[in-house]
Design a protein around this ligand. Structure first.
Ligand code: ATP
Length: 327
């Protein structure tokens, strides 16, 4: 078992609300356990560029409530090469860093696993992405906040939709994952929800809209995950308009506003528990694993397993409920 004395912490890949709360938890837990902590700016790029900052309790003051990441993030092509990783290793060695906490998505985890194996450096990962598409945790950091952001947007769109008897097609993030679309769709009372994981033909959607019309609904909102097989919201709206020419259809793409904003209470607490766990796992000799939450328990999963497995994250019962609520 390697004796951990100095932890390097970084955020990588797409930012997500809750990353700052996780950084804070890593720093404060490590200091409490008499370890040193170094912040690495811009993920793997900062490792290669030698962009480090010593962290103390004060450097993480008042960040728990902030979206984005104070350590910045980057996509780093050089780290994908053995030469790039060698430079990164020499830089962290020169800093005296002997363990890492990586906060990010599956690309970040892949890099962390490779690096840990190549240079025998203990690494723990924390899942930070709004998409909730990682194996090993019921929830990823930022997902709950993104759901709340989308629901708030749907509520606002609903005001206009019902004032003008309009139909809105709202596109939300999720290339491979319909988690945000399903949860925010149910929470926002959407009339229909299109998800990448569930095939919904356009005919079926048109029937649902016709049914909603017969019920004299004053507004209709269709939530579409960006990765839906029918295409994005503009494409689906165009095809529906060809069939239901009388409908006043508008499209709204929520885009990057879903990634920002103050983390929800849930994400702050989850991030704090995950950061605490990651540091203790390193102290106890665990490495090459990701922290996650199953039920209400914080657990770890080996990166080899987390990266090779997929889990169907959509709640089957919620899918059924969604179909009843919109009738
Ligand atoms: P998101 O879910 O937001 O996309 P991510 O962590 O998956 O987050 P990526 O851009 O895929 O984001 O990965 C982050 C970084 O991890 C990459 O820019 C790269 O530096 C590193 N990385 C990804 N894949 C590999 C790999 N196969 N080998 C080495 N490093 C990698």
């Amino acid at each position: 078992m390697k004796n951990v004395t100095k932890i390097g912490v970084f955020t990588s890949g797409g930012d997500a609300p809750g990353m700052n709360a996780a950084i804070r938890a890593v720093v404060r837990t490590a200091i409490y356990e008499n370890l040193e902590v170094v912040g690495i700016y811009r993920g793997y790029q900062g490792m290669i560029d030698g962009d480090f900052i010593p962290m103390n309790r004060r450097t993480v003051s008042s960040i728990i409530q902030k979206g984005g990441t104070v350590l910045k993030s980057a996509r780093c092509l050089e780290f994908r090469t053995p030469e790039g990783r060698k430079i990164a290793y020499e830089n962290i060695k020169a800093q005296g860093i002997d363990a890492l906490v990586a906060i990010g998505g599956d690309g970040t985890f892949t890099g962390a696993k490779l690096f840990s194996e190549e240079y025998d450096i203990p690494v723990m990962c924390i899942p930070g992405t709004i998409d909730n598409d990682l194996y090993g945790s019921d929830y990823t950091l930022g997902y709950d906040t993104a759901n709340n952001t989308v629901i708030e947007a749907i509520d606002k769109i609903r005001d206009t939709a019902s004032s003008h008897s309009r139909v809105f097609f709202v596109e939300v993030m999720g290339r491979d994952s319909g988690c945000i679309a399903l949860n925010a769709g149910v929470g926002g009372g959407a009339e229909s929800i299109l998800l990448p994981e569930v095939e919904t033909g356009l005919e079926e959607l048109i029937q649902e809209l016709e049914l909603a019309e017969t019920r004299e609904k004053s507004s209709m909102i269709v939530i579409i995950a960006e990765g839906d097989q029918n295409g994005g919201a503009y494409e689906v709206a165009k095809k529906v308009k060809e069939k239901l020419t009388h409908l006043d259809i508008k499209v709204s793409i929520l885009g990057h506003l879903q990634r920002g904003g103050a983390p929800s209470s849930f994400d702050r607490v989850l991030a704090t528990r995950m950061g605490y766990k990651a540091v203790h796992e390193l102290i106890n000799g665990n490495s090459c694993a990701t922290v996650g939450m199953r039920g209400t328990t914080i657990i770890t999963t080996p990166l080899a397993e987390a990266l090779s497995k997929k889990e169907f994250k959509l709640d089957e019962e919620l899918l059924e409920i969604a179909n009843i609520m919109n009738k």
